[in-house]
Design a protein around this ligand. Structure first.
Ligand SMILES: *[C@@H]1O[C@H](CO)[C@@H](O)[C@H](O)[C@H]1NC(C)=O
Ligand SMILES: *[C@@H]1O[C@H](CO)[C@@H](O)[C@H](O)[C@H]1NC(C)=O
Ligand SMILES: *[C@@H]1O[C@H](CO)[C@@H](O)[C@H](O)[C@H]1NC(C)=O
Length: 372
């Protein structure tokens, strides 16, 4: 006899076992139970899934400790964050204490770097923020990035071995990823910036954006530079286990060209739309939880800039919808990410997303304890 009662108990059991393990999603499960995380920091680099899973950051390099919140964009002193991120070769960057860093100019991070704020409460705010330009293998973990400002034109040290770059004015993104690959952005709090919170543009690819908490911002995440910039057709981005809200309006994400896997994210009500775009991107929305705003005309998750958008391949699979939210699918095909075995991860039902994302954002970890 098929017993709905049995299934009901099985469901409760599964939910409880998820919550009693503090809702670890496949990324967190890889490291958060380890009480010795502070001695094994580089293990984090083995935990990334999705298109960014080749991002090793500074694994294999030395540990560099930031001891001062000061910044000098042209001649950074040892002990500052900018000194660390501009060194040649791999570095795993950690913080000696809690700090608030106000940058003079955007922070250009060179290849093979991890910025790992676990164990400290680190804010990058009230100035220009982070720029990944023409680099690879970057991990950004555990930062609070907010109130980022546009920057004026001026000199900035791009790397130890390059001469100074004269930088044009910059828009004031939280993290902008430009012409870069193998990037992992995990467990950060991002809010209230002058431009986007995370932008991925100009032929960047192999990016995973996971476990972040986005709040109080209009244009949250742009993937793809412009409709004319067709090199972004090769872009592949995974957006997973993030919490979107409160206080967000649109672009979670806004996609152009390329392929975007949006999986197991939790959406509080948006202001205009959640997922949208132009120029024919392929979008697979899988196992997300969408809570629509109360206004009748804002219930649609999706937004297409172009009326031809009803031909693009946008697919919703096992998403969960609340308060009248609905996803307008289009096109024919499965829109599979075709992940390699290293990139692949388990995507849960949308209804389990509140548990899987409840600790999205920067964590407060203490050495010799699991990072709950
Ligand atoms: C990008 O980096 C490569 C080296 O990795 C260099 O040859 C090239 O000139 C850089 N491009 C720009 C626009 O800086
Ligand atoms: C990160 O965001 C969450 C949710 O808003 C908040 O509870 C937490 O305190 C924030 N962390 C820091 C260090 O500001
Ligand atoms: C996955 O494979 C299918 C079938 O070959 C293809 O149509 C699709 O574009 C692939 N997806 C990605 C993200 O490359």
């Amino acid at each position: 006899m098929a017993s709905p009662c049995w299934m009901h108990f099985l469901f409760i059991f599964l939910s409880l076992s998820l919550s009693s393990s503090t809702s670890y999603n496949p990324i967190d499960k890889c490291w958060r139970r380890d009480p010795n995380w502070a001695q094994n920091r580089m293990k984090l680099a083995d935990c990334v899934v999705g298109f960014g899973s080749a991002a090793k950051g500074g694994k294999g390099g030395e540990i560099y400790t930031v001891t001062s919140p000061d910044d000098n964009a042209v001649n950074p002193l040892p002990g500052t964050l900018r000194y660390g991120v501009t060194r040649d070769g791999p570095l795993w960057i950690v913080f000696a204490s809690d700090m608030k860093i106000k940058l003079e100019m955007p922070l250009f991070v060179t290849s093979h770097k991890t910025i790992d704020a676990r164990g400290s409460n680190v804010h990058i705010s009230n100035g220009p923020c982070i720029r990944l330009f023409n680099v690879s293998n970057i991990i950004i973990h555990g930062l609070n990035i907010h109130d980022c400002k546009a920057s004026v034109a001026g000199n900035v040290l791009l790397s130890q071995s390059m001469s100074l770059g004269m930088m044009d004015t910059q828009d004031g993104d939280g993290i902008s990823v430009v012409t870069s690959r193998d990037i992992w952005i995990d467990h950060n709090n991002l809010s209230s910036c002058a431009d986007g919170l995370v932008d991925v543009t100009l032929a960047s690819t192999a990016v995973t954006i996971s476990n972040n908490r986005f709040s109080y911002h209009d244009k949250v995440m742009l993937l793809g530079h412009s409709d004319d910039y067709t090199a972004d057709k090769a872009m592949e981005v995974t957006v997973a286990f993030n919490h979107f809200g409160p206080g967000l309006i649109q672009r979670m994400p806004r996609c152009r060209h390329g392929y975007v896997h949006v999986a197991n994210n939790n959406y509080e009500p948006w202001g205009i739309y959640a997922i949208g775009g132009s120029a024919g991107p392929v979008i697979r929305s899988e196992g997300n939880r969408f809570v629509a705003p109360n206004e009748e005309y804002k219930k649609q998750v999706t937004w297409r800039e172009d009326p031809n958008g009803n031909r693009w391949l946008w697919k919703s699979v096992r998403d969960s919808f609340a308060n009248g939210a609905y996803f307008q699918p289009s096109g024919k095909g499965k829109a599979l990410p075709n992940y390699s075995s290293q990139q692949k991860f388990k995507v849960f039902l949308g209804t389990l997303v509140p548990l899987l994302t409840q600790t999205a954002g920067s964590l407060s970890c203490t050495p010799n304890n699991p990072c709950l």
